[in-house]
Design a protein around this ligand. Structure first.
Ligand code: CA
Ligand code: CA
Length: 110
């Protein structure tokens, strides 16, 4: 399963291209640009499962670091600062990782 099964490849290229500068990542704009906000809960869940690479039910710091790569293999890694910001925004119950409910809330906020 890959992102382009649900999302438009051109939208992904544009979105990843908009945040090539280190510390420029803005999850709200990014999720809007890839079209995630308009997707059904089912598709949002599928995207979550792609981002949860080791399939343990959470997107952890390490998986957040490669979130752009999950959309486009030659994208950059997020910086430590970007990971911290994203985690602070997304981790509602404070367990240092993004669960599926956290992810739905993040997408809804975007
Ligand atoms: Ca995981
Ligand atoms: Ca959490």
């Amino acid at each position: 399963m890959s992102m382009t099964d649900f999302l438009n490849a051109e939208d992904i290229t544009k979105a990843v291209g908009a945040f090539t500068a280190v510390d420029s990542f803005d999850y709200k704009k990014f999720f809007q640009m890839v079209g995630l906000k308009k997707k059904s809960p089912d598709d949002v869940k599928k995207v979550f499962h792609i981002l949860d690479k080791d399939k343990n039910g959470f997107i952890d710091e390490k998986e957040l670091g490669t979130i752009l790569k999950a959309f486009s293999p030659d994208a950059r890694d997020l910086s430590a600062k970007e990971i911290k910001t994203l985690l602070a925004a997304g981790d509602k119950e404070g367990n240092e990782k993004i669960g599926v409910d956290d992810f739905f809330a993040l997408v809804a906020e975007s």
